[in-house]
Design a protein around this ligand. Structure first.
Ligand SMILES: [Zn+2]
Length: 212
């Protein structure tokens, strides 16, 4: 796999990139969201298999570039939910579930968020429990893995995300490249960017994943 350095930190537009493909409305309610072609083909096979088992998989988020991630981050930074925290502590609080721009696996076009952004839904809702059980049992066959597990193994970084699934065959080489050449200029131009080093964004968050 040839890696374009601009892809690592999301500094591109997937709509203009031949390695990315728009996700069909069969799979998502979102208009014009993108995945890497191979990751999307694998998802389609997984979606069809799930459907045969009575499980509906819905993509809620896929590729998000740097600019989009900055929007998410800066909105959280300025919103009421985090206002009691100051500076670095605020960044750490937001980092429980959201990546700093430049460090999200969603930049890579290999990762998807499925069905609901709440662990609670996957744990307690009848449909949610069935979806999660199906994914745990079957997603690895299609190359998709839950990379943010419950952290009981001591993994650093984000809290558990039962909705976030990663197509490792493509994500692994991107991660290796990211770790060996952390992207220049990725951590500038958004709120709290100055704490990225002392928080250890690359070591603890980008590299803070579970692998099969
Ligand atoms: Zn996600």
């Amino acid at each position: 796999m040839e890696i374009n350095p601009a892809h690592l930190a999301g500094q591109f537009n997937p709509a203009d990139d031949s390695e990315f493909q728009v996700i069909s409305e069969r799979f998502t309610p979102k208009a014009r969201i993108f995945l890497r072609i191979e990751a999307l083909a694998a998802f389609e096979a997984m979606w069809s298999a799930a459907r045969k088992d009575g499980i509906e998989l819905v993509i809620l988020s896929a590729t998000r570039n740097w600019t989009y991630q900055r929007g998410i981050w800066n909105r959280k930074w300025s919103g009421p939910r985090y206002s009691e925290f100051e500076g670095k502590a605020r960044a750490i609080e937001i980092l429980k579930y959201s990546a700093m721009p430049g460090s999200s696996r969603h930049h890579w076009g290999t990762d998807i968020d499925l069905n609901a952004f709440e662990n609670e839904w996957f744990e307690n809702d009848t449909v949610g429990k069935a979806v999660y059980a199906w994914l745990k049992a079957n997603a690895p066959q299609y190359g998709y893995h839950q990379v943010y597990g419950d952290a009981s193994n001591g993994r650093p970084g984000y809290r558990e995300e039962k909705w976030h699934w990663s197509y490792l065959q493509l994500a692994d080489p991107l991660l290796a490249c990211y770790l060996s050449h952390p992207p220049n200029g990725a951590f500038e131009g958004f709120e709290g960017a100055q704490w990225s080093d002392s928080i250890g964004i690359v070591e603890s968050y980008v590299n803070g994943i579970d692998r099969p």
